[in-house]
Design a protein around this ligand. Structure first.
Ligand SMILES: Nc1ncnc2c1ncn2[C@@H]1O[C@H](COP(=O)(O)OP(=O)(O)OP(=O)(O)O)[C@@H](O)[C@H]1O
Length: 710
C-alpha cells in the first residue's frame, strides 16, 4: 500500500478499510466517468486512489473506530499527509472551478486581500511619521498649524481611500462568495436528487453526504464554526500581514547593534502562540463525540421532535407519553451537558488559565527599553514598534485559528468531492444500457429465483420468487402481512435491486434499463404514498410534471379517480393547499402563512394518489400499472369504481383489447377475483400461483385466506 505505508496506520485501519471496500458501494475513481466497484476485500495491496479512499482513511481512528460524521480530525502527521493528498487530488480542481465562475472578480478578490493585508503595517508607519513630524515641530520651536493640518489631512485621505477599497473589496467578495455558495448548494442538491434509494441507504454514503453537507453549510458561515472554505486566501493575507510587520520590526531593530533586540522581539511576539498552542486543547476534539454521547444527542433530538411535532400530539395525549418523553429527554440531555462540561474543563486547563498576558506585555517592553537607549530611536519608531508587535501577535493567532478551521474544511471538502463521484447503484453501465421498448399489448414480466434482503437485515424479505406475467394480463398479489408483497412491488418498480435471481421486463433484464427511462413506462400507487403540502392541483399534477399546468389533464385524472367531489367540496377547489400532518409549511419573513390550507380524510388522500398515478396511466408509452393496496381506505362502492377504471384504462378505447399489464396488491380478496392471475405470498415467496378458480380448487393457503375474508 503505497500511501498507507506512508501514513503508517495500524492493522485496525486495514480492517475498517476492507470492511468498507467489501461493501458494494458504487464509487467512481475520481478520474473516470462510469461507476466501477471498489476493490474486493482480497485485494489487500490496493492503494488509496480516490478522494473517497482518503476521506475514509481520515475517519478511521488508530483504535479502528470510525469518527462520527462531522467530527474534527486531529492535527497529526497522518492527517496532514491525507490533507495534502486531498489538496492535490481534488481541492485544486475545486478552486479552479470556483475561480472559473467569476475569473476576474475572484482574481481581484485574492489580489485585494493580499494588498489590504499590507495596510496595517502601512498605517502604523504613516502614524509613526506623523508622530515624528509632530515631535520635530514641537522640539524645534518652529511650530506651524499648517504643517500639522497637512499631515492630518493626508492621513485622512489615506483612511478614506482605504475605506473605499475595503467596501469595494467586501462587495466584490460577496458576489464571489454568493456564486460559490450557489454552486456548491446546487451540486449538493443535484447529488441528492440523482442518487437512488439503495445508494442512499448505505451507511457509508450517508456519512459521506453528511460531511459533504457540513462543507456546503460552511459557505453560509454555519459549518460548525468553520470559516468559509475560501478562507485559505485569508491565510495568505494573514501571512503577508505578518511578513510586513516583521519587515517593519526588522527595520527598526536591524543592524548588528540591535541583533539582540530583534531576537528578543521575535521571541516575545511568538511566545503567546506557543502558549496558545500547548496550553489550550484543540476545540471540537473527537473525544467530544463518543458513541454514547452521539446516541444521547440523537435521543435528545428525537424527544424534542416528539414534543414539538403536532402530528404526534393525538397519540402522545392518548397514550399519556408526556412524562416518558420528558424523562427520556432529560436523561439524554444530561449526558450531552455532562459531555460539554467535561469538554469545557479540559479546555480550561491549568496552563491556559495561567495569565501570561501581563508577563508577555512586560517582555515586549524590554526591547522597547533597549531601543530607547539608542540615539536613533524616535517617538514614532517606538510607537510603530509597539503596534507592530501587537499586530504580529493578533495576526499570528488569527492565522493559527484559521489554519485549524481550513484544515478541518479540507476533509469535509474531500467528502464533497467524493460525493460528486458517487454513482447511483441502479444505474447500468453505459455499454450495457438498453432502451425500454414499450409493448402495445402491455408489459411482460418474468421473475426467476428473485431474492432480496434489506440492508442491515439478516433474513431475506424475498426468497426464490418465480412468476410470469404475459402482456396485458392482470396479476393480483395477495398474502399475509409481512409476506413480502410491497418488497416485490419495489423490485418490480426498480426502487431497489434484487440480490439474486433474474427479472425480465419485455424480455430484457431490468438491470439493463436506465431507471429514469424505465419509470417513464409505468405508473404506480405506493402503499405509503406521499401527501404533499401543496395545492390539490400540484398533488395530482406531480404524476406528470409536464402536464401540471394543464387544467384539463388534471381534471381528467381527478375524474378517473372519482375524486371530483373532493375538489368541489374544497373552498378553493384545485387551488386549495392541502394540509399534511406534521408539516410546518415554511413562511419567509414578510409572507403570511398560506390561507387556503385544508385537511382531507384518509380516503380522499388515497383518491388523490390514484389520480396522480392516472396522470400518466393513459399515456401510450405506459405499459405497466402497479398499485399497492390502492383502495385500502376506500369504501366498497368506491373500490369497485376504481377497479373498473383501472380495467378501462388498461384497454384500448376502440378495440377493447388490453394495452397495459396491471399488477395490484390487495388484502381484499374479492378484488383478486378480477385478476387474470393470482400470486399468493407467504414468508417472502410465492407459494401459490394461478387463476382465482385454480387456487380455490387447490384448497391451499389462498383458499383459506379467501374463505376467511368473504
Ligand atoms: N425498509 C425495510 N427495512 C428492513 N426490513 C423491511 C423494510 N421494509 C419491510 N421490511 C421487512 O420485509 C418483510 C416484507 O415486508 P413487506 O412490506 O414487503 O410486506 P407486505 O407483504 O407488503 O406486508 P403488508 O401486507 O403488511 O403490507 C417484512 O418482514 C418487513 O419487516
Amino acid at each position: 500500500m503505497r500511501i498507507l505505508a506512508g501514513v503508517g496506520y495500524q492493522s485496525a485501519w486495514f480492517n475498517m478499510y476492507h470492511i468498507f471496500k467489501s461493501r458494494s458501494i458504487l464509487f467512481c475513481r475520481d478520474s473516470c466517468t462510469h461507476h466501477e466497484p471498489l476493490a474486493s476485500p482480497d485485494k489487500a495491496s490496493a492503494p488509496i486512489e480516490s478522494t473517497y479512499d482518503v476521506w475514509l482513511a481520515s475517519r478511521v481512528l488508530p483504535t479502528g473506530e470510525l469518527l462520527v460524521p462531522g467530527a474534527h480530525r486531529k492535527f497529526s502527521l497522518v492527517n496532514v499527509k491525507l490533507a495534502c493528498i486531498i489538496l492535490w487530488t481534488c481541492a485544486f480542481n475545486f478552486f479552479i472551478h470556483i475561480w472559473s465562475l467569476h475569473p476576474v472578480r475572484t482574481t481581484l478578490m485574492m489580489t485585494l486581500d493580499v494588498v489590504r493585508s499590507i495596510f496595517p503595517a502601512f498605517r502604523g508607519y504613516s502614524q509613526a511619521l506623523i508622530i515624528d513630524e509632530l515631535q520635530t515641530l514641537i522640539t524645534s520651536g518652529n511650530f506651524t498649524w499648517s504643517r500639522l493640518l497637512h499631515l492630518v489631512a493626508s492621513e485622512l485621505v489615506r483612511r478614506i481611500l482605504e475605506s473605499l477599497l475595503d467596501s469595494f473589496a467586501a462587495s466584490n467578495e460577496t458576489v464571489v462568495m454568493d456564486s460559490a455558495k450557489f454552486y456548491v448548494e446546487y451540486v449538493q442538491m443535484e447529488q441528492r436528487i440523482r442518487l437512488d434509494i439503495p445508494t442512499l441507504s448505505d451507511p457509508a454514503v450517508r456519512d459521506l453526504l453528511q460531511e459533504s453537507d457540513c462543507f456546503v453549510r460552511s459557505f453560509s458561515g454555519s459549518g460548525f464554526g468553520l470559516l468559509s472554505p475560501l478562507d485559505f486566501i485569508h491565510i495568505v493575507s494573514l501571512g503577508t500581514e505578518i511578513f510586513f510587520h516583521i519587515l517593519l520590526i526588522m527595520s527598526l531593530t536591524g543592524g548588528t547593534s540591535h541583533y539582540g533586540v530583534l531576537l528578543l522581539s521575535i521571541f516575545s511576539a511568538t511566545l503567546p502562540l506557543f502558549v496558545t498552542w500547548f496550553g489550550c486543547p484543540q476545540p471540537h476534539s473527537e473525544s467530544l463525540y463518543t458513541p454514547r454521547e452521539t446516541r444521547a444527542a440523537d435521543r435528545q433530538e428525537k424527544m424534542r421532535n416528539l414534543a414539538y411535532n403536532e402530528a404526534h400530539r393525538p397519540e402522545i395525549e392518548l397514550f399519556g407519553l408526556g412524562e416518558w418523553i420528558l424523562k427520556t429527554w432529560a436523561s439524554a440531555r444530561k449526558v450531552v451537558l455532562d459531555s460539554e462540561q467535561s469538554q469545557q474543563l479540559r479546555e480550561s486547563s491549568f496552563l491556559s488559565k495561567l495569565n501570561f498576558s501581563d508577563f508577555l506585555f512586560a517582555m515586549q517592553s524590554i526591547p522597547l527599553v533597549l531601543l530607547l537607549q539608542t540615539s536613533s530611536a524616535s517617538l514614532g519608531s517606538l510607537t510603530l514598534y509597539r503596534s507592530s508587535i501587537q499586530s504580529v501577535i493578533l495576526a499570528a493567532r488569527s492565522l493559527l485559528a484559521t489554519s485549524r478551521m481550513v484544515f478541518q474544511g479540507i476533509f469535509f471538502m474531500s467528502a464533497f468531492c467524493a460525493g460528486r463521484n458517487l454513482k447511483p447503484q441502479l444505474q447500468p453501465k453505459e455499454e450495457d444500457t438498453m432502451c425500454y421498448q414499450a409493448s402495445r399489448t402491455g408489459a411482460s414480466v418474468r421473475a426467476r429465483g428473485l431474492s432480496y434482503t434489506y440492508p442491515g437485515c439478516s433474513e431475506p424479505a424475498l426468497k426464490d420468487v418465480n412468476f410470469t406475467l404475459q402482456p396485458g394480463e392482470t396479476l393480483a398479489i395477495v398474502g399475509y402481512n409481512g409476506s413480502g408483497k410491497s418488497t416485490l412491488a419495489k423490485l418490480l418498480l426498480r426502487i431497489v435491486d434484487h440480490d439474486q435471481g433474474e427479472l425480465f421486463v419485455n424480455g430484457v433484464d431490468v438491470r439493463r434499463y436506465d431507471p429514469w427511462d424505465y419509470h417513464q413506462h409505468l405508473t404506480a400507487v405506493f402503499q405509503g404514498f406521499s401527501k404533499f403540502n401543496a395545492t390539490l392541483r400540484e398533488n395530482v399534477g406531480l404524476g406528470r410534471v409536464e402536464k401540471m399546468s394543464s387544467r384539463t389533464s388534471i381534471e381528467a385524472a381527478v375524474h378517473l379517480a372519482e375524486a371530483d367531489s373532493v375538489v368541489t367540496s374544497l373552498p378553493y377547489g384545485l387551488r386549495t393547499v392541502l394540509e399534511t400532518p406534521g408539516f410546518e409549511s415554511m413562511t419567509y419573513p414578510g409572507c403570511s402563512a398560506p390561507l387556503r390550507q385544508h385537511g382531507l380524510s384518509g380516503g380522499e388522500w388515497q383518491r388523490l394518489s390514484i389520480a396522480r398515478a392516472f396522470m400518466r396511466a393513459n399515456e401510450p408509452q405506459v405499459d405497466l400499472l402497479l398499485f399497492d393496496e390502492p383502495t385500502s381506505s376506500l369504501d366498497a362502492h368506491a373500490q369497485n369504481q376504481i377497479f373498473d377504471t383501472i380495467d378501462r384504462i388498461s384497454r384500448s378505447p376502440i378495440t377493447g383489447t388490453r394495452t397495459k399489464s396491471v399488477i395490484f396488491i390487495t388484502h381484499r380478496l374479492s378484488t383478486a377475483r378480477r385478476a387474470s392471475k393470482v400470486a399468493m405470498m407467504e414468508n417472502g415467496t410465492i407459494s401459490e400461483f394461478g387463476t382465482h378458480q385454480e387456487l380455490l380448487q387447490k384448497d391451499g393457503a389462498y383458499a383459506a385466506l379467501y374463505r376467511a375474508s368473504v
